[in-house]
Ligand binder design. Structure first.
Ligand code: NAP
Length: 328
């Protein structure tokens, strides 16, 4: 089968289209014929081995441990392992396989069945592949860490990005009043996906406009934790889900101390991919409450270009990879 392989860290050019052996599913696994994948921050970080921390938390210290990247997939189950009971050959599935060895930038991948859920039947593979990681980050940030409630004022920073476009829509689905922070060119798009208010970060400083928020989620956070603290309502919660390393470390190190010494809660989150949340999100997709925003589409042979584009940091929604099969 064809796959995008890398054996050393570096710029996206180290990714090469190669012919490799088609995987065989273990007993608890299913073999998925991948029809689409999408690009996430982890692809951008793991290909370069930067920030260095990613080597310590799993990408491999000196060279890549998993030689095929790609966390988000959508495809069709082709073979079912002996003990895999949830899916049949032909089922259309989607999932985030970063917790079980990656490998989505390929024609086929073998994964434990628990990493997958049925994709919404009416959804194209490209749309479904845009969903798993970004939507789960948004869901767990808002619902689990952020304890979102109907009627709350929620501020999403980075509202136009992969995670942010899901966060705006998921926060709306929980009945929140949502403000999205983005740049001028994305204001209309962020409004169109449901934001009640938008703040153009190139024109306005959200910490200076006297507004307070019950929940702040950063997916592109570049400010000091004290700026976010100022913008929180007295019992507000701030969840750092993405942005600069400085912001993340402040949330990890100072967040617990601020939370213990006052009424505001502040901290960082680490999303955990799981089947239950994929099913939860499938229902939001089927109800039309969440619609993936796709910026660009690339083919499998163009994965390096797709990751390079993502790494520029200005994607509007998700960057998707279409995996074509010779026989189709
Ligand atoms: N916590 C977790 O478990 C977890 C899991 C996965 C990823 N992450 C984190 O998520 C982040 C990546 O998220 P993503 O894939 O959604 O990123 P992304 O798609 O690359 O985000 C790009 C968007 O961010 C916007 N942006 C850039 N600077 C901004 C600013 N100062 N204020 C508001 N918006 C700004 C850009 O808009 P413009 O073009 O207008 O600038 C663009 O639309 C990374 O930091 C990663 O570490 C966290």
């Amino acid at each position: 089968m064809k796959a995008i392989v890398y054996t050393k860290y570096g710029p996206p050019d180290v990714l090469q289209l190669k012919e490799v052996e088609k995987p065989t599913p273990k007993d608890n696994e299913v073999l998925v014929k991948v029809h689409a994948a999408s690009v996430n921050y982890s692809d951008w970080a793991f290909v370069r081995g930067e920030p260095f921390m990613v080597r310590l938390i799993g990408s491999g210290l000196l060279k890549p441990k998993n030689t095929i990247l790609g966390a988000d997939i959508a495809g069709r189950v082709e073979v079912v392992g002996r003990n895999a009971k949830q899916f049949q050959p032909g089922d259309e599935v989607y999932g985030d396989i970063s917790g079980c060895g990656w490998g989505g930038f390929a024609e086929y991948v073998s994964v434990p069945e628990n990493a997958l859920a049925l994709k919404p039947a009416s959804m194209a593979f490209e749309e479904a592949a845009a969903v798993p990681e970004a939507a789960v980050v948004a869901l767990q940030g808002l619902r689990d860490k952020g304890q979102i409630q109907p009627g709350q004022k929620v501020l999403i920073i980075g509202a136009s990005g992969g995670n942010g476009t899901f966060a705006v829509q998921i926060a709306k689905s929980f009945g929140a009043e949502v403000t999205g922070v983005c740049s001028t060119r994305n204001l209309d798009m962020v409004r169109s996906i449901g934001a009640d208010h938008v703040i153009d970060y190139t024109q306005e400083d959200f910490t200076q406009n006297e507004q307070c928020y019950d929940l702040i989620l950063t997916t592109a956070g570049y400010r000091s934790i004290f700026d976010y603290k100022r913008a929180l309502s007295p019992k507000g919660i701030y969840v750092s889900a993405g942005g600069s390393m400085a912001q993340t470390f402040q949330a990890m190190l100072l967040g617990p101390w601020i939370s213990m010494t006052g009424s505001k809660k502040m901290g960082a989150m680490l999303a955990r991919p799981n089947q239950k949340d994929l099913v939860f999100i499938k229902e939001l997709l089927e109800a039309g409450k969440v619609v993936p925003v796709i910026d660009r589409r690339y083919t499998l042979s163009e994965v390096a270009e797709a990751i390079r584009y993502y790494g520029e940091g200005h994607a509007r929604g998700k960057v998707v990879i279409t995996v074509e099969h010779n026989s189709e």
